[in-house]
Design a protein around this ligand. Structure first.
Ligand code: ZN
Length: 444
């Protein structure tokens, strides 16, 4: 098995991953997903081509902590038909045209009566909004404001051929076994229909990460969970409560395909290793990134960080929820996505994993004065990746100086401001030269 080494990622491999993720997204895009139903299963079946998922079906009515698994929803057709026979807001053209979880309906009404059932975005007259009604039985249509304004007067027939029935909520899980039972949790929500940044980008980046880890040996066990937002993460936690203690670090992935800067949302403590690892990676590689403190109005990290669960889970995004206008509209489409952005998001996650994998404490075996490095040829990099000779020299000196068995490589990265991968390479080279040894009893 190959060991896990992000820095060996070449530009060709990066480009291939980006193309691959965008291709998968194109296939997933037309599927009508919701919090339950066949769209979620079809999505998970496609993800399974990259990393075989094990599926769990949680039956309708199951109590999961304070929640109850709702009915399953499926839909085959929906439209508004004018008395002339012309159809509008056809589901077959866009699954956003129907309010998610709409009950089945077949009624006639005037345009005036219909208005209360039609959702638009007057400020963005060409975009179709995404609306859902998961926890109350309702129905409705969504269309662009310009389409709505062009609806002819007269009688309409509103048809939604959907069904709500006792079924199940579907969770998908892929586990990459490491040498330790300690786990890294990666979570992506799966409940949005034809919307790309939220949530297909999270799904494809998580899937590509799982695919990358396959066949590589790691220290941590990586658990990828694909589930609907809120009810899905809660159901998964309720079903796996006994196992949650193994989770050491976690990351929720969403909105990773637009070309904006990264935003990292810290865990509840704000000082968890995952927060520090993400912080170190973004400082080194993406100085335009912003780290944001935890809020209970977040994505699924708010479930993982709830006081009775207390898992150190952060969230990586590019666009910020509530702050990109395309969110939950038809404009969150493939045009907003970039293969490069997806690839860079993927690599950023791998770099965070690299910190988690490589963060160790070492002991300087020649701690009296500075060992003579030039004599050992250590100023030349063996990895061949870093051209920055000065950084390399500083890295060797920082690792030697702080490796008293107390500071870990992540501590050294934070204190020195140097890139973690550079310090990890310095530590490997110093170890090979007999100047450094792992401080075994302090591993964490
Ligand atoms: Zn959303």
């Amino acid at each position: 098995m190959n060991s896990f080494q992000t820095l060996q990622l070449g530009e060709a491999e990066l480009a291939a991953a980006g193309t691959h993720m965008l291709g998968l997204m194109r296939e997933l895009y037309p599927i009508c997903r919701s919090i339950t139903g066949p769209g979620v299963r079809d999505t998970l079946a496609m993800v399974s081509r990259l990393a075989p998922l094990s599926m769990t079906e949680v039956p309708t009515g199951t109590r999961v902590f304070d929640w109850t698994v709702p009915k399953e929803w499926s839909i085959s057709e929906a439209y508004l038909e004018h008395e002339s026979g012309r159809r509008f807001a056809e589901f077959r053209h866009s699954n956003l045209h129907v309010v998610g979880y709409s009950v089945p309906i077949d009624v006639s009404m005037s345009l005036d009566q219909l208005r209360a059932r039609i959702h638009t975005l007057p400020d963005r007259p060409d975009w179709i909004p995404f609306r859902s009604s998961y926890y109350s039985e309702d129905w409705g249509f969504c269309m662009s404001e310009s389409e709505r304004l062009a609806l002819p007067q007269g009688q309409y027939r509103a048809v939604i051929r959907s069904s709500l029935y006792d079924g199940a909520l579907t969770l998908g899980e892929y586990v990459h076994r490491g040498s330790s039972d300690d786990e890294v949790l990666v979570f992506a929500h799966t409940c949005h229909p034809s919307l790309c940044n939220d949530n297909l980008s999270g799904i494809v980046v998580a899937a590509e990460l799982a695919a990358y880890l396959r066949g590589r040996s790691t220290r941590y066990t990586y658990r990828f969970v694909f589930a609907p937002a809120t009810i899905g993460s809660i159901a998964w936690m309720a079903m796996n409560e006994a196992r949650l203690d193994n989770i050491r670090h976690g990351l929720v992935l969403a909105m990773l395909g637009d070309s904006g800067p990264f935003h990292y949302h810290r865990s509840r403590s704000g000082t968890a290793t995952i927060d520090r690892a993400a912080g170190a990676v973004l400082r080194s590689w993406h100085p335009d990134a912003t780290a944001i403190d935890f809020s209970p109005w977040g994505f699924d990290e708010r479930q993982f960080n709830s006081p009775g669960i207390k898992l150190p889970v952060g969230r990586l995004n590019r666009a910020l929820t509530g702050q990109y206008p395309q969110e939950h509209t038809s404009a969150d489409s493939l045009e907003l996505m970039s293969a490069n952005a997806l690839a860079e998001s993927w690599r950023t996650c791998l770099r965070v994993f690299e910190v988690l994998e490589g963060d160790r404490r070492y002991l300087n075996l020649s701690p009296k004065g500075e060992p003579q490095l030039g004599r050992r040829g250590l100023y030349r990099t063996t990895g061949g990746y870093y051209d920055g000779v000065a950084d390399r020299q500083m890295g060797l000196l920082w690792v030697l100086n702080l490796s008293d068995g107390e500071a870990s490589l992540l501590d050294i990265a934070e204190r020195s401001g140097l890139e973690f991968g550079l310090l990890a390479q310095c530590a490997r080279d110093l170890e090979a030269a007999g100047l450094l040894a792992p401080a075994h009893d302090k591993a964490h």
